[in-house]
Design a binder for this molecule. Structure first.
Ligand code: ADP
Length: 161
């Protein structure tokens, strides 16, 4: 059984993430969407909120588990017997950052392979941070994030406005 993890912040999960996840399930027997607790980023949503949104969003996609984790991704990977780590590549700007992480993770665990997947064109410029900014400016987001994430943003940012 080939297991991969797809780690990230998912603050919040977008259709870009879901596109990568779907592609990964076509390659692996199981894909664990792993919501990082500490990412060094100041997240809008708590870990539990991010996880709940992911759980809701992946309904209907087979072979997916959602878990949150603390600490190094490679350690979490090993703990659940995953052999591969999925990362998404958008514009060239992602490449250097992602390569650095992949090489570092390889150093920490020789057995672990990183697999890069490229999203469909329409998600190439989509990021969680863009979604959060567009929301603040009251833009339309239905095209980019699942309904549960739109509602969560309404609750989270709407209450501050
Ligand atoms: P991180 O904080 O680890 O970058 P993210 O949740 O922002 O976490 O992203 C997780 C992974 O998904 C990263 O590899 C990122 O490049 C990828 N990703 C995010 N948005 C998209 C998208 N629209 N298309 C393809 N990959 C994406």
């Amino acid at each position: 059984m080939k297991v991969a993890i797809y780690p990230g912040t998912f603050d919040p999960i977008t259709y870009g993430h879901l596109d990568i996840l779907r592609k990964a399930t076509q390659i692996f027997d199981k894909v664990v969407l792993a919501v990082a607790e500490h990412t060094g980023k100041n997240t809008l949503f708590t870990t539990e909120e991010r996880k709940q949104l992911c759980l809701e969003a992946v309904k209907g996609i087979d072979k997916v588990d959602v878990k949150s984790y603390n600490g190094l991704s490679v350690k979490f990977c090993r703990g659940i017997n995953a052999t591969h780590m999925i990362r998404g590549l958008r514009a060239v700007s992602d490449f250097e950052y992602e390569l650095q992480i992949a090489l570092f993770n390889k150093k920490l665990d020789q057995e672990l392979e990183t697999v890069f997947l490229i999203p469909d064109n329409k998600y190439l410029y989509l990021s969680s941070s863009m979604v959060r900014s567009v929301y603040e400016l009251s833009g339309e987001l239905q095209e980019f994030i699942p309904e549960c994430a739109v509602k969560a943003l309404n609750n989270k940012i709407g209450e501050k406005k």
